[in-house]
Design a binder for this molecule. Structure first.
Ligand SMILES: C[S@@+](CC[C@H](N)C(=O)[O-])C[C@H]1O[C@@H](n2cnc3c(N)ncnc32)[C@H](O)[C@@H]1O
Ligand code: SF4
Length: 401
């Protein structure tokens, strides 16, 4: 049987890794580790052409991806249980749109060549506005993509500049319209709020633009100053102020109020959708503790309570794929770790945390959270209030201590 993590402290066999696997929705994540330039705030596993030199290219990545998917499919083929149908695919990055429409169609072909997709599979790709066009979206639709997620971040030019984003303020909304014109019913725009220099008026202008674009999904993330990034160095040198917690809370409330008034309802603390079918099923799989295979450099997988992660550098990843599966490490989650994860993730969902998940002492903590007005009990679930959403991390800490 194929070893999952040859050369590391590996699980003995696919059977071991996948012993509890099966039954629920199954997703595939594909990581595209390329960006035209690095945004100063971002610490994702991505590389510019200059950083990679001749060590890796989109072509060598694609060859390795095909190899990884084919080896993974062999492992699945060894299972006694029926082969899972892929209910969601998410091509993320990095900048998947740098591959172009044909390149992304090739990614989907590679998944289809090795796995069976459910008839109603959700197939998303992330894209950067500046590397899209009407033809690009038409090609994606023809290939079978059903959803597009665009990194808009802001409609204010000076905010985009602080974030090192290269698109012009209007381009993201234009790209969203092009995607809808090409036949995409499901289009997401990502916003970042709390960037140094962003005013309330800038945020309002971003929200006006998002709502004018007519998208059915919005993700809004507070700017996180990640260690080791150019942004963190600028904040440390005093060139830029760190995002202020009170400002972030006020911005979140503003975003939620504007989106709710326009019919976009939150379903996870940072995500809003116009209808139930507009919610991102792939991400719901992560949050609901589902199973997924992550392919590509640095991608994480979670199957049947076992998690593993691939080597991060694209050239090392390609080398490892030639030997077998490219895992760098793995862990079998203990029951306590699985519990912690379920609490952390489901507490952030509008559907809430099942109270049956909590032990006696955690239920007493839940009572305190309710008494503080941060959550309500609804049937057998604990659901964050509006104020609780602002303090979601603190709520989770209270429940788990
Ligand atoms: C990693 S990007 C990948 C997709 C695409 N390259 C883009 O930028 O939209 C996915 C989302 O994560 C957001 N993101 C990355 N680093 C972040 C940070 N430090 N704080 C908040 N959002 C961040 C990005 O802005 C983007 O909307
Ligand atoms: S384009 Fe996206 S993935 Fe690339 S550096 Fe910027 S935020 Fe990160």
């Amino acid at each position: 049987m194929t070893s999952i993590a040859a050369g590391t402290a590996a699980p003995d066999s696919a059977e071991f890794v996948l012993r509890d696997f099966g039954g629920g929705p199954f997703g595939i994540y594909v990581h595209v580790p390329f960006c035209a330039t690095r945004c100063g705030y971002c610490d994702f596993n991505t590389y510019t052409a200059g950083e990679l030199g001749s060590s890796a290219s989109p072509q060598s990545w694609m060859d390795a991806l095909r190899g990884e998917l084919s080896t993974a499919a062999e492992v699945f083929g060894e299972l006694p249980s029926p082969q899972p149908r892929v209910s969601t695919i998410f091509v993320g990055g990095g900048t998947p749109s740098l591959l172009g429409g044909d390149g992304l169609a090739g990614v989907l072909d590679a998944v289809r060549a090795n796995f069976t997709l459910a008839a109603d599979a959700e197939v998303t790709t992330e894209s950067n506005p500046e590397s899209t066009s009407p033809r690009f979206f038409e090609r994606l639709r023809d290939a079978g993509f059903t959803r597009v997620s665009l990194g808009m971040q802001s409609a204010a030019e000076h905010v985009l500049r602080v974030l090192d984003r290269t698109h012009t303020p209007g381009r993201a909304v234009e790209a969203a319209r092009e995607a809808r014109a090409a036949g995409f019913d499901h289009v997401n725009l990502d916003l970042i709020y709390g960037t140094p220099g962003e005013s309330d008026a800038d945020l309002d202008a971003s929200l006006d633009a998002v709502l004018a674009a007519g998208v059915d999904h919005v993700s809004a993330y507070s700017l996180i100053v990640e260690d080791g990034t150019a942004l963190a160095r600028r904040v440390r040198r005093g060139e830029l102020p760190a995002p202020d917690d009170d400002v972030l809370a006020a911005r979140y409330e503003r975003i939620d109020a504007r989106l709710a008034a326009a019919g976009l309802t939150w379903y996870e603390v940072s995500n809003w959708a116009a209808t139930d079918s507009a919610r991102c099923r792939h991400n719901l799989g992560y949050w609901d503790g589902g199973d997924w295979l992550g392919a590509g450099p640095g991608a994480h997988s979670h199957l049947g309570g076992v998690r593993w992660w691939n080597v991060k550098h694209p050239s090392r990843y390609a080398d490892r794929v030639r030997e077998g599966l490219p895992a760098a490490g793995w862990e079998a989650l203990t029951a306590a770790e699985q519990h912690t994860e379920r609490v952390m993730l489901t507490a952030r969902l509008r559907t809430g945390l099942p109270l049956a998940e909590l032990d006696e002492s955690e239920r007493r903590s839940a009572d305190r959270v309710i008494a503080d007005g941060l959550a309500v009990r609804c049937a057998d679930r604990l659901i964050l209030t509006d104020r609780g959403r602002l303090l979601a991390d603190a709520v989770v800490r209270t429940l788990l201590t």
